[in-house]
Design a protein around this ligand. Structure first.
Ligand code: FPP
Ligand code: K
Ligand code: ZN
Length: 508
């Protein structure tokens, strides 16, 4: 294969900007008139299935504006008030005109599984010309759709062949994947390629990745600071650290830098040298983690930083060693709002369904850091899982009531569904419905497996607890999505199987 000349640079993807909503045909959907739904109408004008009594009585926490208010009015406070007003009808079922969802046994909207499956299947099809701006995000769309379908319990094997074909065309001869054929290799599509390969779960889907070229290319992304750049001369941020560690650990690449790696001139020997300290330097005074040292704490970068630390070692070792857990937990819990129940990405910003994962997904990692390994001294096997540090109920309410569009899931009721928000709402729903713990690897069956470098992410267990039971239970069996590996964000077992496969390979 000859080298593409000259490779146009992959635009560095601001996903929130690039993911611009539904296909044109969906714009005519009644979702587009979502604002009309909020016209306030009195209780007796409502069809019976939409009265407060039909929609189960919702606790005050999730049905009334917050009792304590800062009287200072700013653009930020007005937007926040508007968002509360936008969400309340969806949370309570009161005042909605033309949305009549089927309710579950707890009296809130069911997960519209079939509609979301259809939406994600559609997302794998063709796009009209207006979507040219999304071209370099095509590899992301594959991940969002395939991961989302898997979380919903769909068999994705029929897509594996064309998925491999699409990624292979974007594989750069010098290693890594671009946003499309002939594009410069970039860590984001390389990360999604490896995750899709893992989800494909066949040797064919594993072996199309040129691991040796990937190792050489990653060597050029490693920086003297310890971090990774997203592409040649690109930004160095916590996404880079996480994406690189996901790739290295799943493909079981050697930790030693390839000889031509520029960072070697500065005395850096391995991919992990200086990395945890660099991540530590990204924790802000607020407690969350920014993209780079000195940047504002943000949910997406926080998940990347925690995920990276959970690949570098067991969560109870790496997280407290490199981060201030008290300020981190405080910052994370401040991202959950009432009455919305959903999560925001940063201070003074709005709830958004994608943070169901970026923030919601942090909790499994932080809770494991706090609880310690389940076979460790502080946790007897079979002992009850420690209480949640966040409101699973609130998040499930936000996702089922506010984030579900007719087809697909969304940021908030006034926004259109898209594949990105569908995937990450479903991942967040999975986090709210399953409890994970870290297995220290001390049980007999575990002794042999996954003891090599960067194998910490393969020791997670799901706890056998019924999070949907008792007080605060808001979902039925039918609203459940599948468990996932909380670090790799792929269906349960996929990450472990890929690592097992590459541990069985000698050399490249
Ligand atoms: C702010 O958008 C969002 C960002 C600055 C981060 C975007 C990054 C990701 C979503 C994830 C990257 C992860 C990987 C694994 C590559 P905004 O200002 O529109 O949203 P906000 O108001 O909610 O902060
Ligand atoms: K946002
Ligand atoms: Zn979002």
């Amino acid at each position: 294969m000859s080298s593409p000349t000259p490779p146009p640079e992959t635009p560095s993807a601001n996903l929130e900007e690039l993911v611009i909503g539904p296909r044109v045909e969906e714009l005519s959907d009644s979702d587009a008139k979502v604002d009309d739904d909020f016209e306030s109408i009195s209780d007796d004008e409502l069809p019976p299935e939409l009265t407060r009594t039909a929609w189960a009585s919702v606790p005050e926490l999730f049905s009334c504006p917050p009792p304590i208010r800062d009287e200072l009015e700013t653009q930020t406070s007005k937007l926040q008030d508007k968002t509360v007003q936008e969400c309340l009808p969806f949370l309570t079922g009161k005042g909605l005109k033309d949305w009549q969802p089927q309710l579950n046994s707890r009296g809130i909207p069911k997960l519209s599984r079939a509609a979301h499956v259809e939406f994600l299947q559609d997302a794998l099809g063709d796009y009209p010309p207006q979507f040219a701006v999304m071209d370099a995000s095509r590899m992301w769309i594959l991940y969002w759709a395939l991961a989302g379908l898997s979380f919903l319990g769909e068999d994705i094997s029929e897509y594996v062949e064309s998925m491999v074909y699409t990624f292979d065309a974007a594989q750069h001869p010098d290693g890594g994947f671009g946003g499309g054929h002939g594009q410069l290799a970039h860590l984001a599509p390389s990360y999604t390629a490896v995750l899709c390969a893992a989800m494909g779960a066949t040797s064919n889907s594993y072996d199309f990745i040129d691991r040796k070229a990937m190792w050489h290319w990653l060597g050029r992304m490693k920086q003297a600071s310890g971090g990774f750049s997203m592409c040649a001369d690109g930004e160095v941020d916590t996404r880079g650290a996480f994406c690189a560690l996901v790739i290295i650990s799943l493909l079981n690449l050697p930790l030693e830098l390839p000889p031509e790696s520029p960072a070697k001139k500065d005395g850096v020997e391995t991919f992990t040298d200086g990395l945890a300290d660099w991540i530590a330097s990204c924790q802000s005074y607020e407690g969350g983690i920014g993209g780079a040292p000195g940047n504002e704490a943000h949910g997406a970068y926080t998940f990347c930083a925690l995920g990276a630390l959970c690949i570098l070692g067991p969560p109870h070792e790496t997280i407290p060693r490199y981060l201030n857990v008290a300020t981190l937990a405080s910052w994370l819990s401040s991202r959950q709002y009432a009455p919305e129940g959903g999560l925001a990405g940063r201070t003074n910003k709005l709830v958004d369904g994608c943070y169901s994962h970026w923030i919601g997904g942090c909790w499994a990692l932080v809770e494991a850091a706090v609880a310690g390994p389940r076979d460790g001294a502080s946790r007897k096997p079979g002992a009850e899982a420690p209480p949640s540090l966040w409101s699973r109920e609130g998040l499930v309410r936000y996702i089922l009531c506010c984030a579900q569009g007719h087809y697909g899931l969304r940021d908030k009721p006034s926004k259109h569904p898209d594949a990105y928000h569908t995937c990450y709402n479903l991942a967040g729903l999975s986090s709210a419905q399953h409890v994970y713990s870290y297995d220290g690897g001390q049980t007999e069956a575990e002794e042999e497996e996954f003891q090599g470098p960067l194998s910490a992410g393969f020791h997670w267990r799901t706890e056998d607890v019924e999070v949907g039971e008792g007080e605060g239970a808001v979902f039925d069996e039918g609203d459940m999505v599948n468990p996932m590996n909380p670090v790799y964000v792929v269906p349960w077992g996929c990450a472990e199987n890929m690592r097992r496969y590459f541990e069985g390979k000698v050399g490249f």
